[in-house]
Design a protein around this ligand. Structure first.
Ligand SMILES: Nc1ncnc2c1ncn2[C@@H]1O[C@H](COP(=O)(O)OP(=O)(O)OP(=O)(O)O)[C@@H](O)[C@H]1O
Ligand SMILES: [Mg+2]
Length: 273
C-alpha cells in the first residue's frame, strides 16, 4: 500500500487519456488527450453531444475500456497498473448508476436483497442488515416496507431512486452517473435531480455526473467539463463556464438552454411536461 494519499489527492485524476477502438485502417480514436480531476466532495459535470465520448470515459475509469495512452488514477492509484485484488476493491470504490432503471435491478430480488448485497456481498442476507437497509431507503425517501417488494412494483422514477440507493449503500469513493435521467419523463427527471442535489450536500458525495444536457448538469455540479469529438473544450467551475465560456460549442450549449441559464429546472421541466 502507498502512504502518499493525502486529503488533497484527487479521488479521480485523468491525464492525457486516449482511448482508441480497433486498429489499422479501422482504428477510431474516441478520446484524444482528456485531462481532468475530481476532488473529494466535488461533482464534475460531463457534457457533450451523442458520440462525444462521455460513456467511453466512464467505462475507461472503471477499467472496462482500453487505455491507449495517458493515465487514470483513482485515489492516487493508476487503474491500468492495479493488481487483480486492487481491481476487485475498485469495483466497490467506484459505483456506476446505470441509465436504464428498468434493466438495472434484478427482477427476481427484493429491494432488500439488492441493498443487502450492496452493503455486504459476502453476508448478503437482508435480515442481517435491516437497519442499514432502512437507512438507505429513508435517504431516498422510501418507506422501510419497500424492502420486501420487487422492482416491477415500482415506477421508473422510484426504480432510479433505488438504483441510487444501491450505489450509495456500497459507500463508494466515487459515483459515476451516466445519463441517469434521460430515460425518465421530464417531471420525474426534475425529481431525480432534486434528489441528487440534496444527497450531494447531505452525504458530501464525490461524483462524475454525465449528461448531454448542460442544463441538467449545471444544477448538480461544482465543475463542468465539455467534451467535443473526444476532446475537452471546456473545463472550469460552473460559474466561470457559464459566465465566460471559452469555446463556441459551449456558447451554443448555453444559448440553447430554454429560458437561459439559471431558469429553474423544476419549472422548465414542469412547463415542458
Ligand atoms: N467498444 C467500442 N468499440 C468501438 N467503438 C466504440 C466503442 N464504444 C464506443 N465507441 C464509439 O465511440 C464514440 C463515442 O461513444 P460514447 O458512447 O462514448 O458516446 P457518448 O458521448 O456517451 O454518447 P451518448 O450521449 O449517445 O451516450 C462513438 O462513435 C461510438 O461509436
Ligand atoms: Mg453515453
Amino acid at each position: 500500500m502507498t502512504s502518499s494519499v493525502t486529503p488533497a489527492t484527487p479521488v479521480l485524476e485523468v491525464r492525457d487519456l486516449e482511448v482508441t477502438f480497433g486498429s489499422g485502417h479501422s482504428a477510431a480514436k474516441v478520446l484524444k488527450g482528456v485531462s481532468t480531476a475530481i476532488l473529494r466532495g466535488k461533482t464534475l459535470g460531463i457534457v457533450g453531444e451523442s458520440g462525444s465520448g462521455k460513456s467511453t470515459l466512464a467505462k475507461a475509469i472503471v477499467g472496462l475500456n482500453p487505455v491507449s495512452a495517458g493515465s487514470i488514477a483513482v485515489n492516487g492509484k493508476d487503474v491500468s497498473r492495479m493488481s487483480a485484488a486492487e481491481r476487485r476493491a475498485m469495483r466497490r470504490e467506484v459505483q456506476m448508476i446505470p441509465q436504464d432503471p428498468y434493466s438495472s435491478l434484478n427482477p427476481r430480488r427484493t429491494i432488500g436483497q439488492t441493498l443487502a448485497e450492496a452493503i455486504d456481498p459476502v453476508r448478503s442476507n437482508p435480515r442481517l442488515h435491516t437497519d442499514r437497509i432502512t437507512h438507505w431507503l429513508s435517504t431516498i425517501r422510501l418507506d422501510p416496507d419497500v424492502a420486501t417488494r420487487y422492482p416491477h412494483e415500482f415506477s421508473g422514477g422510484q426504480r432510479q431512486r433505488i438504483a441510487i440507493a444501491r450505489a450509495l449503500a456500497v459507500e463508494p469513493r466515487l459515483i459515476i452517473a451516466d445519463e441517469i435521467t434521460s430515460a425518465l419523463d421530464l417531471s420525474v427527471q426534475a425529481e431525480i435531480l432534486n434528489l441528487i442535489s440534496r444527497l450531494r450536500t447531505e452525504l458530501d458525495l464525490t461524483m462524475a455526473f454525465i449528461s448531454h444536457d448542460l442544463d441538467v448538469v449545471h444544477h448538480v455540479s461544482d465543475d463542468i467539463m465539455v467534451l467535443f469529438h473526444g476532446e475537452v473544450v471546456e473545463l472550469g467551475d460552473v460559474d466561470s463556464v457559464y459566465g465566460a465560456p471559452r469555446h463556441p460549442y459551449t456558447r451554443k450549449l448555453i444559448d440553447s438552454v430554454p429560458g437561459g441559464p439559471g431558469f429553474d429546472i423544476g419549472e422548465r421541466r414542469q412547463a415542458a411536461a
